[in-house]
Design a protein around this ligand. Structure first.
Ligand SMILES: Nc1nc2c(ncn2[C@@H]2O[C@H](COP(=O)(O)OP(=O)(O)OP(=O)(O)O)[C@@H](O)[C@H]2O)c(=O)[nH]1
Length: 331
């Protein structure tokens, strides 16, 4: 995970490339005015490469290759400039270290940083007196370590926020934020690998009456317990989402309609036999649908929802299987 948001990643990176290019242009011109054509060429080429990489990223919206090329170009330019100009060029290593953490995931960033410092070190040692090169090395290493700590801190906060945003605090199951994405993944897996997937939509029967009679606090505890039951019942490859108030969606990977109806029936029976908080008894109704090759994720969910509706209409405390989707008639 990088520091930048995934959605804006390519723009964020392109902006960074443009800023690097713009920062170098005055130095290229300065070298030109001072008749240092060799340096003007190195710095000018680096600036032009960064500009081209920015255009490439904006055009393709892909950042992996451009990030690597930026790092290589930057490092080579610093090393060549150090040969031509001496120690002044090493200042560019500081923004390079920061850029590495902005452009790469944490672990690759550490590896690239160590490699970059490893390449710079011999050049610094050869060019500078020991007192000077040791100070440079320590300051570069400290910047690198501090940047790593900062990046790790941000990553941990980011992951914690992501968990908070995706998990329903009452029931401990995922909220519906990732549901669409999960259903879409299932559709792709069916199309590519023929892997069947089924969907259960489970709704507590007469939950309003439970709330009214026992109070909302008990209602909340019942929902929390139901969330635990569902999480305990499914496998690691399955997913449970709280779809709304007392409604849950369960995605069963690699499971056809027959096996899914078995899971649904088991869940229905377990809940009906259980004593929930405050001795409350409840039942659930469940709609089941297996994903069809020719339907969208939305249509699949709608079929499971219709099956749930049929279960409610049929008297509740039951499992209903969805009909196969209607085929478009051949003209
Ligand atoms: N305690 C508690 N109640 C909730 C929560 N979310 C939704 N509810 C309640 O769930 C109830 C749902 O009621 P309805 O949609 O009428 O459904 P129902 O009473 O279960 O009836 P059927 O689904 O038709 O069997 C409402 O009273 C909501 O207030 C929650 O987080 N906690």
């Amino acid at each position: 995970m990088r520091l930048g948001s995934k959605y804006l990643e390519f723009r964020h990176n392109a902006m960074l490339f443009v800023m690097a290019a713009v920062a170098l242009v005055p130095f290229a011109l300065g070298h030109l005015l001072n008749q240092r054509l060799d340096l003007a060429l190195v710095v000018g080429l680096a600036a032009a490469s960064f500009g081209l990489l920015a255009a490439y990223v904006l055009w393709t919206r892909s950042v992996g290759l451009a990030n690597c090329l930026l790092m290589i170009t930057g490092l080579v330019a610093i090393l060549v400039a150090m040969q031509l100009q001496g120690i002044y060029a090493v200042y560019w290593a500081f923004p390079l270290i920061l850029a590495i953490y902005l452009l790469f995931a944490l672990v690759p960033a550490v590896v690239i940083n160590v490699l970059a410092l490893g390449l710079l070190l011999p050049v610094m040692v050869l060019q500078l007196p020991a007192a000077h090169s040791s100070r440079l090395l320590v300051t570069l290493a400290l910047v690198s370590v501090f940047t790593y700590l900062f990046a790790r801190n941000v990553q941990e906060s980011h992951e914690a926020l992501e968990r908070l945003a995706e998990v329903d605090p009452l029931t401990g199951v995922a909220n519906r934020l990732r549901l669409d994405e999960t259903l879409q993944d299932c559709a792709e897996r069916l199309a590519r690998h023929g892997l069947p997937t089924s969907l259960l939509v489970l709704d507590v029967d007469h939950f309003k009456a439970i709330n009214d009679q026992q109070g909302h606090v008990v209602g909340d505890r019942i929902l929390a317990e139901l969330g635990s039951i569902l999480r305990a019942r499914i496998r690691r490859i399955d997913h449970v989402f709280r779809y709304g108030g007392e409604e849950f969606v369960i995605v069963l990977s690699g499971t056809d309609l027959l096996r899914a109806s078995g899971v649904a029936e088991d869940l229905r029976r377990r809940n009906a036999q259980r004593r929930f908080p405050d001795g409350v008894r409840l039942t659930v109704s469940i709609g089941v649908a297996e994903l069809d090759r020719n339907e969208s994720a939305t249509a699949w969910l709608a079929r499971a929802d219709q099956a749930l509706y049929a279960a409610k209409q049929g008297g509740r405390n039951r499992v209903c299987l969805a009909d196969r989707p209607a085929r478009a008639s051949a003209s």
